[in-house]
Design a protein around this ligand. Sequence first.
Ligand SMILES: Cc1cc2nc3c(=O)[nH]c(=O)nc-3n(C[C@H](O)[C@H](O)[C@H](O)COP(=O)(O)OP(=O)(O)OC[C@H]3O[C@@H](n4cnc5c(N)ncnc54)[C@H](O)[C@@H]3O)c2cc1C
Length: 395
Amino acid sequence: MSRLSIAIVGAGIGGLTAALALARQGHEITLVERRTGFSEVGAGLQLSPNASRILIGLGLGPALRRVATEPQRVLVRSLRSGKSIGQVALGAFMRQLFEAPYWVVHRADLQTILLDAVRSEPSIRLVMGRTVEAVEDGPEEAALTWISAGGARETFRADLILGADGIRSRVRQALGDGTPPTYRGYIAWRATFDRNSAPAELAGDETGLWLGPHGHVVHYPIAGGRLINLVAIEKSPTPVEGWAAPGHRDELLARYGSAAPALRRLLAQPQEWLRWSLFDHPAERFAKGRIALLGDAAHPVLPFLAQGAALAIEDAATLACLLRENKPDVPQTLLTYEKQRLDRARRVQDEARKNGRIYHAGSLIAFGRDRVMRHLGPEGMTKRYEWLYGFRIPE
Ligand SMILES: Cc1cc2nc3c(=O)[nH]c(=O)nc-3n(C[C@H](O)[C@H](O)[C@H](O)COP(=O)(O)OP(=O)(O)OC[C@H]3O[C@@H](n4cnc5c(N)ncnc54)[C@H](O)[C@@H]3O)c2cc1C
């Protein structure tokens, strides 16, 4: 096995997973992150079996089990009337069908577990507080230039540079794509609060999904069941800046004025809300020469299928598997990586957009949607996603 020097830009969920998976294949990793520390930003993340299987394979199962919850089902209700529309089976049914659990976790918990694992790998060097400004490809190696907060510039050369630098990726520009992501007309409000203060009927081990024509709400327990994670999606013609713009509870409640009383009681619980706008960008290229993309940098996805983190984790594991080979031809391997990932990323992006339309359907389409859900039943609803949750890395 020849040891490659790999530089990864961005230590989000994708970059951390890639660093770990590639180091386990014997490569030398330099992981560059512009933040100076890891804060507790973010809320709940759903780790469906396609992602949990990979993380368990990386040895993170015991740590994740301590912080994850495993909802038994998704209860789908009408946002206005509160009436049940249908269910999706999760829990034991999902675990048996796909041989891996459907977990929900706090984003900060997953990040901490990955970071601890990364820090204990001697072949990973974590360089914090450096912003990558430029990336350049070359026949023998690729180079990146980073700048420190004090303005010092440094150039680093590697056999391969992996852009895991999120939706506004700088590395994507080196692949010839400088177009910004597209705002999709939705703002997500998110909050976490103590599970003990949730209305009793909504505090169970379940994921709640409330559908209405102007938005939808998702909630589930996280942090080992101590907190409830709450996300409310609203349509909005203009975006807000960043991942964590403050939102006012009264404004949200006014927007959900016609929601069912139990849901309004739930939405009234958190004192503090944060908002972020939903963007995506078509997946087009994953690789060129010795440079490749991963996660949101390659294929930002709307959260309506809960696959943003899962796809990044799949990318990381796929690439690590392809680079397992003895003396890999890097540009050729990266093209194979693109070939293996492009169609799947596009399909997930399309399905997520489609889910948005179905979730927010007007009365006629909603009538058909509700009938289909009832007809399929909880297990049938789960089985529809065999292509997604049953993912295995191609041999
Ligand atoms: C702060 C934050 C909060 C989030 N909260 C949620 C949430 O609550 N729920 C949810 O479902 N999803 C959330 N997401 C999105 C979700 O984490 C991602 O969709 C998914 O994990 C894929 O991640 P990624 O690693 O590809 O990209 P990201 O998670 O965006 O990570 C990219 C990393 O690259 C770093 N970076 C960017 N540019 C540079 C550069 N030029 N040089 C060096 N480093 C750079 C960023 O600081 C970041 O750490 C959040 C993302 C962020 C960044």
